[in-house]
Design a protein around this ligand. Structure first.
Ligand code: ADP
Length: 335
């Protein structure tokens, strides 16, 4: 059957010979161990070994074997599957992943350099606009003052865009993992955002927030953006309520940020996580459309997912997952 399936060996090559003999030398010890295990436990599952052919080529196969108990003693029934194609596909995939990682790094590098270099000329525009205002302020008519204000507003928006893009280029770079008390993180964000919280009369509550092993910088980016959005996109006349909670689901934490704000039409629930995406109706609210893209990048770089469940007028709940790093957690618990 092996000959028929693979066409690599003739029947004469195989008949009467031990499977070890047509196994590549570097895999023989492993095969012996697995055969012994098969006799002991009754089976071998998905063992990958290389078979050698008379011409010296190697064919990777996946071996599954079962012990057959017969009156003559135990036999091993083995089933080999040629996995050359799978190996080729896995190698191609690994190469693609490497190329993608390289192109992502190039993109981060570009965003970092661009955001750094754009600051200079932007500062110059602002300084000249302010100088013009100081020197000629009294001579300017209402229309010219309006133009000057537009220039300054444009510069401020550009400045925010540059800062958010800079953050985007830095997300995921901090590879230091440390224990982060997420309840304390919310308290920290509340201090940073206290002017907005007080201004909006927002109430922030937490439940079941754990200490996780993560990059503190990235987690702070996520928490700050989600809480800030919940305050920004509030319903007029309704003070924002933001409930931050977490639940453990097998090997990951699922965090939830629930608000009572304007909500989001589900048709936009994927788009909002893209760079520069803002929804119709957001124009009056300050923002760049980069915050959620930064959250997505931070979460996905750590192997998590982020999504939103919402309806217009019914508030939104943003969820994200954080894989529990068992080994890291053990180390931290010990220390
Ligand atoms: P920004 O806040 O700078 O506009 P984000 O990337 O943080 O950019 O958010 C993208 C868009 O998603 C926002 O412009 C808004 O339309 C929508 N959005 C985000 N968070 C909320 C929320 N909590 N409630 C309602 N809409 C939201």
């Amino acid at each position: 059957e092996y000959v028929r399936l693979t066409g690599h060996l003739t029947l004469a090559d195989i008949r009467g010979r031990h499977v070890r003999e047509w196994t590549a030398e570097h895999d023989r010890d492993r095969l012996n161990q697995m055969l012994a295990q098969c006799l002991q436990t009754g089976h071998v599952r998905n063992l990958e070994i290389d078979c050698c052919e008379p011409a010296g080529d190697r064919t990777p196969v996946e071996l599954n074997a079962t012990r057959l108990d017969t009156p003559d003693g135990p036999w091993i029934l083995g089933l080999c599957r040629d996995i050359s194609e799978r190996r080729r596909a896995a190698a191609a995939l690994a190469q693609k992943a490497e190329e993608l990682a390289r192109s992502n790094a190039d993109l981060d590098e570009f965003a970092y350099a661009a955001s750094h270099d754009l600051k200079g000329p932007l500062g110059m525009v602002m300084r000249h606009a302010q100088r013009l205002e100081r020197r000629c302020g009294e001579r300017l008519d209402a229309e010219s003052i309006e133009h000057l204000d537009s220039i300054k507003n444009g510069v401020r928006l550009m400045d925010r865009l540059i800062r958010d893009l800079h953050t985007n280029s830095q997300v995921g770079r901090d590879t230091r993992l440390e224990p982060v008390d997420t309840a304390a993180l919310v308290r920290e964000v509340a201090i940073v955002l206290s002017p907005q919280i007080e201004d909006a009369g927002a109430q922030l509550s937490t439940a079941g927030l754990p200490t996780v092993v993560a990059s503190r910088t990235d987690l702070l980016t996520v928490f700050q953006n989600l809480i800030q959005n919940a305050i920004k996109f509030r319903e007029a006349g309704r003070p924002p309520r933001i409930d931050v909670s977490a639940e453990r689901e097998s090997e990951e934490w699922v965090f939830a940020f629930r608000d009572n704000g304007i909500g989001i039409d589900p048709v936009y629930s994927e788009r909002i996580f893209k760079l520069f995406e803002r929804l119709p109706g957001s124009a009056d609210t300050e923002g760049t459309g980069i915050g959620l893209a930064n959250c997505k990048k931070a979460v996905e770089r750590r192997g998590g997912r982020i999504w939103v469940e919402s309806q217009p007028g019914a508030g939104s709940t943003f969820y994200f997952t954080l894989p529990i790093l068992a080994e890291a957690a053990k180390t931290f618990n010990r220390s």
